[in-house]
Design a protein around this ligand. Structure first.
Ligand SMILES: Cc1cc2nc3c(=O)[nH]c(=O)nc-3n(C[C@H](O)[C@H](O)[C@H](O)COP(=O)(O)OP(=O)(O)OC[C@H]3O[C@@H](n4cnc5c(N)ncnc54)[C@H](O)[C@@H]3O)c2cc1C
Length: 418
């Protein structure tokens, strides 16, 4: 285990330790953690577990699904990002056994650890909507921007067919934690903008189904959208939770306070509920004692230290965490240094005092070429990075960030450089 000593003599490492550190998931959070840890902890045995070899730049999926980017642009490879000195086990974790400090992979390997960093991302729960499956995406007017380039490009096929013909477009949003909760809104606004640009806006009726009485968790942005949607003719149906789809009939069913409601559509953007992947969801690491079913869906972590309250040698990073807001790559960028610093503190036998403030961010594209740069914290207080941009003003700078710059910043985050 840890020597507990801070290295002197100009070493770049923060601590020396022979601890076994296991990272589960090689997405945005897992790869970034691996890169920072090899530079922070000398001598540790670091293992990362994930069968997926391709790396998807998911923030680009909205642009793929609306025809603005080619799908190849969002596909990378983890060999380009994982550092030397980290063992990569190409398997999936099938079972978490925190009592035995072990994970078990789907090919039968039992891997022990001293410290576990859980970074599995989340599961898109297609089966929670009766009649829905990923195979429907791109057929029968069905789209879903989540969660890989294939889904996004098939969504673009469905959107372009709809944009050419018009009709009723329905844009849904499941309740509960969603990765990039702005994505359902962005898809609705970009399709509306596309039809307006192409001179076919009058042929289409737009309906956005909100799961509650709001469009966005941050109150100022919510206020902006509540004005902007009606101004551009996007009707809002409040308290509508999609429960089923009949693709042949092109009809969707919603649970509402007044009972089930059916809406016929020509195009529907389906956003299923999301939760921790099955092995995590079914493990003792999930928030099994939580009061609400929503909280029970996620990894239990202290919202500031990101440390598991019942298993103190476990931390969570990224979308799998049961923190109240922030399932974004921008949040990952804020999570990772906090976790690395707290793990280093543990190895030094000191208190975990690095704290995550809930930072999340999203360039909320309203039309092609303009976006709001939305950044806020746990208190839902706006914390803009650029003083010269009004976060409630549709501006070209956040669009340029989204279209040209954030992919490079994301790659730098993967490499642990920012
Ligand atoms: C359409 C869309 C638009 C988005 N737009 C933005 C945006 O504009 N700005 C922004 O900041 N963020 C955006 N995001 C969100 C951002 O991409 C995610 O928040 C981020 O990728 C989360 O990183 P993660 O590491 O937690 O999960 P992921 O990057 O999803 O990685 C999880 C990894 O865990 C692996 N895994 C899962 N289960 C297991 C298991 N049992 N064993 C081993 N490995 C496992 C998976 O294979 C995967 O590689 C968007 C996402 C989507 C889908």
């Amino acid at each position: 285990m840890a020597s507990g000593a801070l290295l002197g003599g100009g070493s770049a490492y923060a601590v020396r330790s022979n601890a076994r550190i296991v990272i589960v998931g090689a997405g945005a959070a897992g790869v970034s953690l691996a890169n920072r840890l090899v530079r922070a902890v000398e001598g540790a045995r670091i293992t990362i577990i994930d069968r997926r070899e391709e790396h998807f730049y998911q923030p680009g999926l909205t642009l793929v699904a609306t025809g603005l980017w080619r799908p190849e642009r969002v596909v990378g490879h983890n060999t380009d990002f994982l550092p030397r000195g980290v063992e990569w086990v190409k398997a999936r974790v099938a079972e978490f056994d925190p009592e035995a400090n072990t994970v078990v992979t789907d090919d039968g390997q039992r891997i022990g650890y001293d410290y576990l960093l859980v970074a599995t991302g989340l599961k898109i729960d297609f089966a929670a909507i009766e009649g829905m499956s990923p195979g429907l995406i791109g057929r029968e007017g069905v789209g879903c921007v989540y969660d890989n380039p294939d889904h996004a490009s098939r969504t673009w096929q469905a959107i372009s067919a709809y944009a050419a013909k018009g009709g009723v477009g329905v844009f849904t949003r499941a309740p509960g934690g969603l990765k990039c909760a702005g994505a359902p809104l962005k898809v609705a606004m970009l399709v509306e903008d596309q039809m307006r640009r192409e001179g076919r806006r009058d042929s289409a009726q737009f309906i956005y189904t909100a799961h509650n009485d709001g469009l966005f968790s941050q109150p100022d942005v919510n206020g902006f959208l509540k004005e902007n949607f009606p101004e551009r003719g996007i009707a809002i149906q409040w308290h509508h939770r999609m429960t089923g789809i009949e693709p042949e009939a092109k009809r969707a069913t919603f649970a509402t306070p007044d009972g089930p409601v059916r809406i016929d559509y020509d195009f529907i953007h389906v956003v299923p509920p999301m939760r921790a992947p099955d092995p995590l969801f079914n493990s003792p690491l999930a928030n099994i004692g939580a009061q609400t079913p929503e909280d029970r869906k996620w990894l239990e972590v202290d919202r500031h230290t990101l440390r598991h309250p019942r298993y103190p040698n476990v931390f969570g990073a990224g979308d799998c965490c049961g923190t109240p807001i922030g399932k974004t790559a921008a949040t990952v960028k804020a999570h990772v240094p906090v976790i690395v610093q707290n793990l280093v503190r543990l190895l030094q036998e000191r208190e975990c005092d690095a704290r995550f403030n809930g930072y999340t961010s999203c360039p909320l594209i309203t039309v092609r070429g303009r976006a709001l740069l939305v950044e806020f914290d746990y208190d839902l207080k706006m914390i803009p990075s650029f003083a010269f941009i009004d976060p409630l003003q549709q501006h070209w700078v956040p669009w340029i960030l989204k279209d040209r710059m954030l992919h490079g910043a994301y790659n730098a985050m993967l490499r642990g450089r920012i």
